[in-house]
Ligand binder design. Structure first.
Ligand SMILES: [Zn+2]
Ligand SMILES: [Zn+2]
Length: 307
């Protein structure tokens, strides 16, 4: 696995280390500034840029920043096996930080981790973040987790999709921080903090404390488990009942307004049957799905529902 570093991150991190880290010998910091002075002497802008990049790379290595990233990666053994590269780039703001997995057309995978250069100036801020984000990546490449990015964006409307994504993220974070803690790895949130977040998001579940403990103490969550809890926390989909608050078989969201097949036009029924092979006409669907199918059938447009 290759380690790729973005020049902006390397520059930002070495600069902050030169001013903030007290464990670096002052002679080394002096050499850093002298080398930068020398780089200024190149008249050709490209050559100057290259000279700066070389200086920053050299001190990034000398001050152990590269080693810190390497040892973070080494803590997750399956990354070595499943990733072609791990790329670290500079995040400009906190909300931009995080890890993502990119898959090439030839199925080779690389992790991209965006982080603030400030994190690299102290191991206290770097390690918990790296562990948490790399555990996300480690899950995504684990065949047993069966990650599927598209499934996370399920739901009939944008607000439902957002809700599922937020819940999915939180449930996954709970399992990640629980597992990391048990392995003795530092992470970004404590059990009390995650429990409070879970309480806010799933306050409507009577058994929420038990659910939280199961997630926090659980060992091998799968994408499907996380997603089904995010989409249907009350477990309605097993019951298949047409009653207030049960989930619509199409979009999976709780509905209080059911539309029966008998009240739907033949054209619309045909479209629903085409999209949802398992849907039977003795079932019903939610008013929102019915409305969307009616509207798109009228306009002859494809429906935008995805499951
Ligand atoms: Zn996370
Ligand atoms: Zn629906």
């Amino acid at each position: 696995m290759q380690l790729l570093l973005d020049d902006d991150l390397v520059e930002g991190a070495t600069f902050l280390c030169a001013t903030r880290r007290h464990d670096i010998p002052s002679t080394s910091i002096r050499r850093f500034h002298q080398s930068r002075e020398k780089a200024y002497s190149f008249l050709d802008p490209d050559e100057r840029q290259e000279a700066f990049a070389r200086v920053h790379q050299e001190f990034f290595q000398e001050w152990g920043l590269r080693a810190a990233l390497d040892s973070g990666l080494a803590r997750f053994q399956n990354l070595q096996q499943h990733l072609m590269a791990a790329a670290f780039r500079k995040a400009r703001v906190r909300t931009e930080e995080g890890a993502d997995l990119h898959v090439n057309p030839d199925a080779r995978r690389r992790a991209i981790v965006a982080l603030l250069p400030e994190r690299m100036a102290s191991t206290d801020r770097l390690d918990p973040f790296l562990n948490h984000e790399l555990q996300h990546v480690s899950d995504m490449v684990d065949p047993a987790f069966e990650y599927d990015a598209e499934g996370v964006s399920a739901g009939a409307s944008p607000s439902q999709q957002r809700l599922v994504r937020e819940r999915y993220r939180l449930i996954w974070d709970v399992t990640i921080d629980g597992r990391l803690g048990r392995c003795g790895f530092a992470t970004v949130a404590t059990e009390a903090e995650r429990s409070a977040e879970f309480e806010r998001a799933f306050g409507f579940l009577a058994d929420r404390s038990d659910r939280f403990v199961q997630l926090w103490e659980g060992d091998h969550p799968t994408h499907t488990e996380v997603l089904s809890l995010a989409r249907d926390p009350r477990g309605f989909s097993q019951t298949r009942q047409i009653e207030p608050g049960a989930p619509c078989p199409l979009c999976g969201f709780a509905t209080f307004q059911w539309i029966r097949a008998a009240d739907i036009s033949a054209v619309v029924l045909g479209r629903i049957r085409k999209d949802f092979k398992e849907w039977h006409e003795d079932e019903a669907l939610c008013a929102r799905c019915a409305e969307m199918y009616e509207a798109t059938a009228m306009e002859g447009l494809p429906t935008t529902i995805e499951l």
